[in-house]
Design a binder for this molecule. Sequence first.
Ligand SMILES: [Zn+2]
Length: 336
Amino acid sequence: MSAGRYSRQELFAGVGGIGQEKLSRAKVAVVGLGALGTVAADSLCRAGVGFLRLVDRDCVELSNLQRQTLFTEEDAREERPKAVAAARRLAAVNSAVTAEPLVADVNAGNIGRVLAGVDLALDGSDNFETRYLLNEACHSLGLPWIYAGALGGEGGTMNILPGGPCFRCLAPAVPAPGSYPTCGTAGALNMVTGIVALYQAAEAVKILLGSPETSRSYLSVDIWRGTERRALIRRNPDCPVCGRGEYEFLTRRRDAGGVSLCGQEAVQIVPGAPAELDLPALAAELRRLGAVKLTPFMLSFEGPVSFRLFPDGRAVIQNVTTTAAAKSVYAEYIGL
Ligand SMILES: [Zn+2]
């Protein structure tokens, strides 16, 4: 099965047969399976990176298909969790690669599990909180990770290597929610997310191979204007993370919190401590009140209220706009 499979990549001097062998033993976590994460994961899977942990909290929707290349209309119709749909697709692309789905909202309580045993993490998230958390967790573990972001027709990426500069050196101030544009307000062209994610995947291969060509700069691309720039980011000696080793996001205590989801009329509730719910038992209860769909990965309920519930206790409450309203649905139907 593998004879000749990677011949075009092995012929490339930067990889070679020995590099290919190294890639087959490499383990990478892809954190977020949106427009960036799907493209990067597809590239690394085809390149023969031996293990991919695919992490995402959401389910596939029709509006994802314009730019999230691992998903199909059937995935959207079936409302499959993105991590599960991506793992299925990648297993069909390259059966020699282990694609491990992890349906989870990445937070301080589970980031250790997300990064366990990997050599590298790729940022495919769409928010600053996850990136600051990833930055601190990877710094504490001495793990490299690759930041990437894209919005509208612009995007950027940078390798965050254990010696710094880190992501906090690049973006020192934590922006207030609502103070910056998001994918839900500014949109995103699939051409820019594709380009940025492929730069990210190329850097991933170089980091995994220990290549001297590994980038040390921040790259920004504007696909509409057709411009590309590189900037050298300096390490801030007073940086709280790579300078002082203070982990504000990693040590943050969590209460049962709610966040509005980007571009959706829905609020996510995450319990303060991870739970292990008996979804079949809950499904039996809820069937008396409305329509229930149960899969091994989630329960969806449509009745007087609508929500999706995951085995770790996380829920996405639909048709609500405030955290308070979402929490009262949670308390009434699931129990806080
Ligand atoms: Zn730093």
